[in-house]
Design a protein around this ligand. Structure first.
Ligand SMILES: CCCCCCCCCCCCCCCC(=O)SCCNC(=O)CCNC(=O)[C@H](O)C(C)(C)COP(=O)(O)OP(=O)(O)OC[C@H]1O[C@@H](n2cnc3c(N)ncnc32)[C@H](O)[C@@H]1OP(=O)(O)O
Length: 170
């Protein structure tokens, strides 16, 4: 399988925040944003793998800024690294100022998707070839994030998480 670049899976969803999608403070519900990010990430994972994909885990979400009703929200997702059957998807969320059009980073998240065959069995995906400095940075850190996710899920013994341990022990 030929390696692919993050640009080949990049998926951008732009949509409004409607009143029905907000909390009592008139800001976007966290769950609504999670769903939008899941949709964008699943399309990115599919573009990379050309397979059926399932969400395996949500590794990190930061709701750094509230997103007010009426905002134009852009969810920008791309595969940051692919392993054997799993893919890390990095998602940046931007809001656009109604008057100036200036974009501000509101949130970010990291999801893991797994490509599966028709019976739900994990199947191989192409590797990622990062191009930009940011893509290279995200690619490099993805292995320790995968190990952390597996350790927290009880699927990896902490003693095997070599990349993760190196972070603390040098
Ligand atoms: C004909 C018309 C067509 C129409 C077409 C329309 C298409 C429209 C597209 C819709 C797209 C919607 C996309 C929605 C996506 C969902 O919402 S799916 C629903 C929610 N998710 C699920 O139900 C998934 C349920 N879980 C599972 O099926 C299994 O646990 C999994 C994820 C497949 C993993 O299976 P497993 O038996 O644990 O397999 P295992 O070999 O141990 O692990 C496989 C890989 O997953 C990784 N992994 C497993 N758990 C974790 C974890 N917690 N953290 C990190 N990595 C993990 C492993 O490290 C391994 O990675 P690789 O080393 O192979 O790269």
């Amino acid at each position: 399988m030929e390696p692919k670049t993050p640009a080949q899976s990049r998926t951008i969803l732009t949509d409004l925040v409607l009143p029905s999608e907000t909390n009592p403070l008139n800001n976007l519900f966290g769950g609504e944003l999670l769903a939008r990010m899941d949709r964008a990430a699943s399309i990115a994972a599919r573009r990379h793998s050309r397979r059926i994909v399932v969400t395996a885990s949500v590794n990190h979400v930061a709701f750094n800024r509230a997103v007010p009703v009426g905002s134009v929200v852009t969810v920008d997702a791309a595969v940051s690294r692919a392993f054997s059957s799993s893919m890390e998807i990095f998602i940046d969320v931007w809001i656009e100022d109604r008057y100036s059009g200036e974009r501000t980073k509101a949130n970010e998240a990291i999801y893991t998707f797994v490509a599966v065959d028709d019976t739900g069995k994990p199947t191989k995906v192409p590797e990622i070839r990062p191009e930009t400095d940011l893509e290279k940075e995200r690619y490099a850190a993805a292995l320790r994030r995968k190990q952390l996710s597996l350790v927290l899920a009880g699927k990896m013994d902490p003693s095997q998480a070599t990349e993760l341990k190196a972070l603390f022990m040098g």
